[in-house]
Design a protein around this ligand. Structure first.
Ligand code: NAD
Length: 511
């Protein structure tokens, strides 16, 4: 077993089992999406435990904030090393909890979290940036960046460990403390992460974990008067509620929300390249990735060939199977609720939107359910889609690709590009976008016009620690990763220093 079978609130450096005198404990289970069987029992954080978690973070804050950045960095580097040492155990936990294929979690999920710890450790090791500006010979302005205090992190279920690290690494590196709430759907990683931080030398109270759903634990955490900032990852609708609640306390926010991103194939694209990018943009992690390029724009001149290449890849490349098998690259949906939601959209696309089904893995002989009770949904490709279809407009968060043809036949670039860009931008969301082309400057020209915060040319999905990521429009507020990611956990203090006495002597003397 790679995780505890009973998981409790973690604060003050250790798990906090509820006392037998506390009111009847409420628990929930984490469920294995492959078998629908429970994996572990999690005790919902009680209101008094939530207060204690925030209080333990406040108690730890003054000393952690004063800890020299190189010492903070050394602890974060040790935590990263422990994560890498325990990669297989943590990856297996993620595979069991989310249903993601081991072929992904063993190389992506833990490593991309450790990368961010190392990145911020190195960034702060030489001290946090400040500025010293000389105003005149006898005065200068000192600008320093200070931690905010106790920050709340709230995570989604699709990259549980990675999200916890993308929030906690810059937060702790900047000298803040954190109370983290993982998604109730995939909570198993957080307890192990909290122990790893302690083993690495993080003082008790600097990183704390509370458990429960949105109404019972997330909302009171956001509203708690001891919280200075909320970093949230989840749906647009939830993010809007969280941002409103945070605004009541004038708290800082970072919002990493949903998307409906365009994957734009230009007329000069190589067909195989276009199909490979569109597959990665839609079916990695069984389609449960926020930045997925689910609206695939294909010129009429390439449509038949791109469709053929996509069907071939679905038939030959997708290996739906038990997530722990090394050859599997397509697992189940994370939960029964997510399976039902995705199936609802597939039915809607077919029966109400009347999109043409190019590929349906469920009826394809290649795709059979690997287990009876798992939350399986086979990949689906709709083609000849139009911009007004519900499957084209709403985030599905599952393996459903929509191909939107555009007219390039007999048209000049000046004729096809404006309409293509207008359609690609025709969404209230603006998380990601990508372009496939053989001409980098042409691709750049299109990228420049797309309304999205995270963009790719001739690839999809890679998001290294150095790359600031965040959505435009309804897809988010603020950025994670890169230099911007740590600035989100600091505030600026400017001090004008007057050398010598007498600067204010004449202010009233003249009146
Ligand atoms: P969700 O909004 O349902 O839940 C996210 C988190 O918010 C959970 O921990 C939940 O318990 C909590 N929550 C719910 N109501 C709350 C409330 N009122 N107050 C405080 N917390 C509350 O999202 P989800 O279904 O877990 O995740 C999928 C969504 O996350 C998708 O829309 C996806 O696009 C998005 N996502 C975005 C990014 C990004 O970086 N932009 C990354 C991953 C996932």
């Amino acid at each position: 077993m790679t995780f505890a079978s009973e998981i409790h609130t973690f604060h003050s450096g250790k798990p906090q089992p509820q006392s037998s005198s506390s009111s009847p404990s409420s628990t929930f289970t984490s469920v294995d999406p492959t078998t629908a069987k429970p994996l572990a029992t999690i005790y919902t954080t009680t209101p008094s435990q939530l207060d204690d978690a925030v209080a333990s973070a406040h108690a730890a804050f003054p000393s952690w904030a004063q800890t020299p950045p190189p010492r903070r960095a050394a602890i974060l580097l040790r935590a990263a090393a422990l994560l890498r040492q325990r990669n297989d155990e943590l990856a297996l936990t993620e595979t069991l909890d989310t249903g993601k294929a081991w072929s992904e979690t063993s190389v992506v999920d833990v490593a991309t979290g450790a990368d961010v710890l190392e990145y911020y450790a190195h960034l702060v090791a030489g001290g946090l940036p400040g500025q010293h500006t000389r105003l005149r010979p006898d005065a200068f302005v000192l600008t320093s960046h200070e931690p905010l205090g106790v920050c709340a992190g709230i995570g989604a279920w699709n990259y549980p460990l990675q999200i916890a690290l993308w929030k906690s690494a810059p937060c702790l590196a900047a000298g803040n403390c954190m109370v983290y709430k993982p998604s109730e759907v995939t909570p198993l990683h957080a307890n192990t992460l909290a122990h790893i931080y302690i083993e690495a030398g993080l003082p008790p109270g600097v990183f704390n974990v509370v458990y429960g759903d949105g109404p019972s634990t997330g909302a009171p955490l956001v509203a708690h008067e001891g919280i200075a900032k909320v970093s949230f990852t989840g749906q647009v609708s939830t993010g809007s509620k969280v941002a409103s609640q945070a605004a009541r306390g004038m708290k800082g926010i970072t919002m990493e929300l949903g998307g409906k991103s365009p994957c734009v194939v230009l007329p000069d694209a190589d067909v195989d390249e276009a199909a490979d990018v569109a597959m990665a943009a839609n079916f990695f992690s069984t389609g449960q990735v926020c930045t997925n390029g689910t609206r695939v724009f294909v010129p009429d001149t390439l449509l038949a060939r791109v469709e053929e290449a996509l069907v071939k890849r679905c038939r030959e490349g997708i290996r739906m199977g038990l997530p722990r098998d090394e050859t599997t690259n397509f697992g189940p949906m994370v939960s029964a609720a997510q399976r039902d939601k995705v199936n609802m959209y597939i039915k809607h696309g077919r029966d109400i939107d009347r999109a043409k089904v190019l590929y349906d893995g469920a009826s394809d002989a290649q795709e059979t359910k690997p287990t009876r009770d798992g939350f399986w949904v086979a990949p689906v490709i709709f083609t000849n889609c139009t911009d007004d279809m519900r499957v084209v407009r709403e985030e599905i968060f599952g393996p459903v690709m929509c191909i939107l043809p555009y007219c390039a036949e007999g048209k000049t670039q000046e004729e096809w590009m404006p309409e293509l860009v207008r359609r690609a931008n025709d969404t209230p969301m603006g998380l990601a976008a990508g372009v496939v082309s053989s001409d980098i400057s042409l691709a750049q020209d299109v990228i420049r016009q797309l309304h999205a915060g995270i963009t790719w040319i001739n690839t999809w999905g890679e998001s290294p620690a150095e790359m600031p990521v965040g959505g435009w429009k309804m897809s988010g507020v603020g950025l994670e990763n890169g230099h911007e990611g740590i600035q989100a956990y600091m505030r600026t203090k400017s001090t004008l220093v007057q050398l010598g006495k007498g600067a204010c002597k004449d202010v009233f003397a003249k009146l």
